[in-house]
Design a protein around this ligand. Structure first.
Ligand code: BGC
Length: 746
């Protein structure tokens, strides 16, 4: 392992909104000025929009000095993220900034963290829409919703003067306790890749540069700067890297952010296999690789092994030292040209030069409506005994317990934290939130549930006093316990159990009231030891600024739930491939949840490509709720599966057998021929199907070619094995009654 400079990000005190508000003289940055090309057409022929982005990039490159090229490949420092760091002139107060080249009409790059909405808005007294967590949005299995999600982010970034989004997390839920699962899109490569790809396509549609991260295998936060992930190449390509491959093919990202961890003993940001061989050669990625903040560890090795830009840049690996390495011949100038070309072509391709951001006031109403729509598709109904849901509007009394359900809904933390309008609804105080704080957004379940049922007596108990909560629950027709799992970057959940005394609270309330429903606000899967004692479970994830409205619509049946789980919910930690989080034992944390330095350790992903439902099937274990599972207020029947061997298309019929209109998420899985030596199925296609009561629709889907293939490491390519493929269709990964065979001939 490299003995290079110790990595400081974990020990860094980020500067948050509360400091921002105290900062003197934060003059508002100007949106990037559009160069006046009419005055100098002959001097700037690259402003000709009819040329390709690559041609335009090469023309600019031809005019650049060595210093200008160097200027583009490293950021201008920690800026607003780190207390006391200088804020680069002209920057827009985002997570990062690359200075432009004015004389050539090339604007700077203003990058804003925006995994679930634009971060750091409070710094400039700006507003940003909080969307549902991306894991929540993945529960919609709706690529159009994902595109809408990205377009909200792109729209609001433009309005705030940013021209690049940093988000697009697609690390799969290999570790269900990963503190960042809420920023990702679940455990399956096809679902996660499709949803994240479409999201980032939505960002790009607003002429804002987009990003995919954290490449790769940053599947847990514990020891993220020192962990050495071990996994064979076949398993890599068929699991995590497949999610990246699918997302990148859809999104055509401007940037891919390499991650903090090591993979097979090389840091991800200087990993020739990951960056040069897989990302740039095999995936044909045309954009640039930027390091996660502080994830660069060398100059020459990083440059040669595929890193194109060092962020945030003040460790100076890619400034003077890179210039010297070029002058000394350790790094060919052609490699520097390639770095700069990749950045410039992405700027032209996204349109940030032809159509730079224009400052406007963010439309909070439109953002909220979009967020609510996505939340309504994201919420998953997991249990509904005796049809306790939907609630009757005439219910006499409802008690809500816990999770600040009187005032708000929970959001995810870390660099995905969006600033709450008016501050933390659960803990209002001057200034913004700090790292590790559980921030609630002002979308009140209490108010929205009361509005649906005006005659009912709707009361709230915090749950801090269990006896008080039980008393209130006893006197109500319905008890709804809101249970939370706050998560944030830099820390994992130590177990699948709900934190604090929430399991005991649910047990106590369920014992007092037979009509108990649990609403989960979690960042990822949790265990539910009380599942047999309660009537209803609704997973609403971190539901965003329209969350309470969406929840009330689902609870009262104005919206029929359609979401399905993008990750398996294990019964307990013992069922997981790694019952305890590797490295957690040695990790220590600051009070706010930042990791102190831990000793380097190996994390051997012995489960290989068997992530999530594949693991459960291969090891014959039953989770509480399987991948792809979700209930509706209506019922569906599947029939008539046929497969076309030539085109790999499948057809089947889904019928709404109930009394309500609904949308069913139909799923198709395949088990490969025996030569593949796999004891699990793979998701190969899915589709949302909207159906009126009694209506039938024939669904035609093409099986994803990569999901039918194995990765042949000798040939370094995907291979379709000849043989019989078992094709299964149905409502979830563990309920696929329809079966047919796809024959692939040699
Ligand atoms: C995170 C990235 C983030 C960056 C900039 C890092 O700590 O891992 O996801 O984009 O900080 O804030």
């Amino acid at each position: 392992m490299s003995s290079s400079k110790p990595f400081h990000a974990t020990a860094i005190s980020y500067l948050f909104a509360f400091i921002a508000l105290a900062s003197p003289g934060c003059a508002a940055a100007q949106a990037q000025a559009k160069p006046d090309t009419t005055k100098m057409p002959s001097k700037m022929p690259w402003m000709n929009k009819s040329l390709s982005p690559d041609e335009r990039a090469d023309m600019v490159l031809g005019q650049m000095t060595l210093d200008e090229k160097i200027q583009m490949v490293h950021g201008q420092g920690w800026g607003v993220l780190r207390a006391g760091a200088p804020i680069p002139p002209k920057s827009n107060f985002g997570a990062g900034f690359m200075a432009g080249i004015d004389r050539l009409g090339i604007p700077g790059i203003d990058l804003a963290d925006s995994a679930v909405g634009v971060r750091m808005a409070a710094y400039q007294s700006r507003y940003a829409t909080l969307l549902p967590s991306t894991l929540g949005a993945a529960s919609s299995w709706d690529p159009d919703a994902a595109f809408l999600y990205g377009s909200v982010i792109g729209r609001e970034l433009r309005a705030q003067g940013f021209n690049m989004s940093i988000g697009g997390g697609v690390d799969i839920t290999r570790e269900p306790r990963n503190g960042r699962n809420f920023e990702y899109a679940g455990e399956d490569p096809l679902l996660a890749g499709t949803m994240t790809g479409m999201l980032e396509k939505g960002v790009l549609s607003e002429h804002v540069m987009n990003d995919i991260k954290h490449y790769a295998f940053n599947d847990q936060e514990t020891g993220r700067n020192v962990v050495n992930v071990l996994l064979d190449k076949k398993a890599m390509r068929e699991s995590d890297l497949l999610a990246f491959e699918i997302a990148i093919a859809i999104a055509d990202p401007s940037g891919v952010m390499c991650s903090y961890n090591l993979v097979e003993s090389h840091y991800a940001c200087e990993n020739d296999y990951l960056l040069n061989q897989v990302l740039k050669r095999d995936f044909k990625f045309k954009g640039w690789v930027l390091s996660d903040w502080g994830a660069t560890h060398s100059t020459v090795q990083s440059a040669l092994n595929g890193l194109d830009q060092d962020m945030p840049g003040d460790d100076n690996y890619f400034s003077e030292p890179l210039k010297k390495a070029i002058q000394d011949g350790q790094v060919p100038e052609a490699r520097l040209n390639d770095m700069v070309h990749r950045i410039l072509r992405s700027m032209f391709a996204a349109g940030v030069i032809d159509d730079p951001p224009v400052r406007t006031v963010v439309d909070p109403f439109r953002g909220r409506d979009d967020a609510q729509h996505i939340a309504e598709e994201s919420i998953v109904l997991l249990k509904n005994s005796g049809s306790i849901l939907p609630l009757k509007t005439a219910a006499s009394s409802i008690t809500l317990i816990g999770s600040h359900a009187d005032v708000g809904v929970l959001s995810g933390g870390g660099s995905a934290q969006v600033d709450a309008p008016g501050g933390n609804a659960a803990n209002p105080q001057p200034g913004g939130s700090h790292w590790g704080e559980a921030v609630y957004f002002p979308s009140s379940p209490l108010k929205n549930i009361q509005a649906k049922s005006p005659q009912a007596s709707v009361k709230y108990a915090s749950g801090d006093d269990v006896a008080e909560a039980v008393q209130l629950a006893k006197s109500s027709a319905i008890a709804i316990v809101f249970a939370n799992q706050p998560l944030h970057e830099d820390m994992d959940a130590t177990s699948l159990a709900l934190p604090g005394n929430q399991n005991a609270l649910i047990d106590a309330v369920a014992a007092a009231n037979p009509n108990t429903i649990v609403v989960l606000e979690t960042g990822g899967p949790v265990s539910m030891p009380w599942i047999d004692h309660i009537k209803g479970v609704v997973e609403m994830w971190y539901p965003g600024i329209g969350g309470a409205q969406a929840l009330a619509n689902i609870l009262f049946g104005d919206v029929n739930p359609s979401g399905k789980l993008p990750a398996s919910f294990a019964k307990n930690d013992e069922q997981l491939p790694h019952p305890t989080i590797t490295g957690l034992e040695g990790a220590t944390f600051t009070p706010s949840g930042r990791q102190h330095k831990v000793k380097p350790f190996d994390l051997n992903y012995t489960e290989g490509a068997k992530v999530g439902y594949k693991w459960f099937e291969a090891t014959n274990k039953q989770p509480i709720f399987p991948f792809g599972f979700g209930l509706s207020y209506t019922t569906y029947a599947y029939s008539g599966l046929t497969v076309d061997d030539a085109s790999h298309t499948v057809r089947f019929t889904v019928r709404n057998t109930g009394q309500r209109e609904g949308t069913e998420i139909a799923q198709v899985y395949v088990a490969l021929p025996s030569a593949a030596n796999e004891n699990y199925r793979r998701l190969a296609a899915f589709q949302r199907v909207k159906l009126a009561p009694g209506q039938s629709k024939e669904v035609t889907l093409t099986l994803n070619q990569l999901c039918l293939s194995v990765f042949n490491t000798d040939q370094n390519g995907w291979q379709l094995l000849p043989g019989d493929y078992n094709v299964m269709a149905g409502p979830s990964s563990s309920d696929t009654a329809l079966k047919a065979t796809l024959h692939i001939h040699p």
